[in-house]
Design a protein around this ligand. Structure first.
Ligand SMILES: [Zn+2]
Length: 447
């Protein structure tokens, strides 16, 4: 018989419209799955966890993060994407080439434990640090050790043109680690995208992903590059399909957004980095007007904080600000305001959909995997809870994350990460950070 855990008497937000939300209910975990959600469940032999001061909900889903950048946290908050001292030059062309496999491993560990601590149960690791085959092994080892549900999205190295090794390694990695789709780690390809390479190269990278039957995650509509109509060329060549997540889309044309909609693509919005770094205004309203529901993503910890609370608030504030601006200007055709519930869905359900994992995670639905978080409601930053959905979307932060379960396994309990030696992690992080910074010749910012 599978292990059973009963989360008792919590405020339960299943986010599944058929199952409903509850002011008080229990969630039964059996093995890796959610067995039942209802008030007053009886489960003989189950370990009972008191959730009476908790909101119980699906774990957050991040659909695009360059996790290897974990050791470069906050190193570049005041620099733009482009230009001589910009992100592409500093992070991707100066610091990234200095990463050894062990540095990518440590960067990933730091990023992943930070994500778990913040209540994220699924992450897409957009890993464009693949200088050697060993970098791939190192990063995958960190993903495995973390216990998270993750999509390893193989990215071509960001600082040089890809060579024939990349495709060979992609095939090898797919075979060695991802022969089954029924595991915590799944595979995707993160091509350079048509704005950053020639059409034929972009096409070949997408074709390889499809040959391997894995999803594609691609940056498009990035600053001025997005104004060149490159995605439209891919669309006209009938290369856009429902297996692709389009990141940013900030400067795509209306026609290109329509192509994404028509072909069933999914979206990943990283509103804080898009605004901080000059990708262009996050097109949240354009998405909504097209019927596209975005997922959310941290993108780069060099700039943005590592949690989904920030993401939700950035998108919700921005959309409301833009609508109010129209109202104040007495314009016609005022769009509807985004509700807190919709934004919570972006951070969970839409994330699961964009990562190709909606059948496994994103809602607390019986028979789905038990990817569950418990958020404390007895803290001074949130009590009394008057509207649980808004409490999560607007009031809480990572200090409320009490427990995190992935596939029924506890990764955080009572506010503490499990299975990690934080002193050792800190040592590894500083050692790798020091090596990479020194090797690259970069100087840390003055204070
Ligand atoms: Zn990115």
């Amino acid at each position: 018989m599978a292990d059973k855990t009963l989360l008792k008497n919590g405020i339960v937000l299943t986010l599944d419209k058929k199952v409903g939300n509850f002011h008080q209910a229990d969630v039964l975990i059996e093995g890796a799955k959610i067995a039942a959600v209802a008030p007053n469940l009886i489960a003989e032999g189950a370990e009972v966890i008191d959730a009476s001061d908790m909101i119980v909900m699906p774990g957050f889903v991040d659909t695009h993060r360059h996790v290897w950048e974990g050791i470069l946290r906050n190193i570049a908050t005041d620099i733009p994407l482009e230009g001589e001292a910009g992100y592409r030059s500093l992070i991707l062309s100066t610091l990234a080439p200095a990463f050894r496999p062990e540095d990518a491993y440590v960067g990933n560990l730091v990023g992943l434990y930070g994500a778990i601590d913040a209540g994220i149960t699924t992450i897409l690791d957009w890993s464009h640090i693949q200088a050697t085959r060993e970098h791939g092994d190192a990063v995958i080892k960190a993903l495995q050790e973390s216990g998270m549900r993750a999509v390893f999205a193989y990215g071509y190295p960001a600082w040089k043109a890809p060579d024939e090794n990349q495709d060979k390694w992609i095939r090898e990695i797919a075979k060695q680690y991802f022969a089954s789709k029924d595991q915590l780690l799944t595979f995707a390809v993160a091509p350079q995208g048509p704005e950053f390479t020639a059409f034929d190269v972009a096409k070949a990278q997408w074709t390889l992903a499809r040959e391997l039957d894995v999803r594609i995650s691609v940056h498009v509509g990035v600053g001025m590059a997005g104004k060149l109509g490159k995605l439209a060329e891919m669309g006209k060549a009938r290369l856009l399909k429902d297996d692709t997540t389009y990141i940013h889309c900030t400067t795509l044309s209306d026609d290109e957004l329509q192509m994404i909609t028509d072909t069933g693509g999914t979206i990943s919005l990283s509103a804080p980095t898009e605004m901080l770094m000059g990708h262009g205004m996050p097109p949240i309203q354009k998405f909504l007007d097209c019927g596209l529901r975005p997922s959310l993503s941290v993108d780069a910890e060099t700039n943005a904080p590592n949690d989904m609370f920030t993401q939700m608030r950035a998108v919700n504030s921005l959309q409301k600000g833009l609508v109010f601006e129209k109202k104040l200007a007495r314009k016609s055709g005022i769009p509807a305001f985004l509700a807190a519930r919709e934004v919570l869905e972006f951070a969970t359900i839409e994330g699961a959909r964009a990562n190709g994992l909606l059948d496994k995670t994103g809602t607390l639905t019986p028979d789905k995997q038990a990817d569950i978080i418990m958020l404390r409601t007895d803290r001074p930053n949130i009590l009394p809870v008057n509207d649980p959905v808004s409490a999560v979307t607007w009031g809480m932060d990572t200090s409320n994350v009490d427990s995190v379960f992935v596939a029924g396994k506890a990764l955080k309990r009572n506010g503490q990460l499990l299975n990690v030696d934080l002193n050792r992690l800190m040592q590894q992080a500083y050692q790798s950070r020091d090596y990479v910074v020194s090797k690259s010749g970069f100087k840390l910012p003055e204070i």
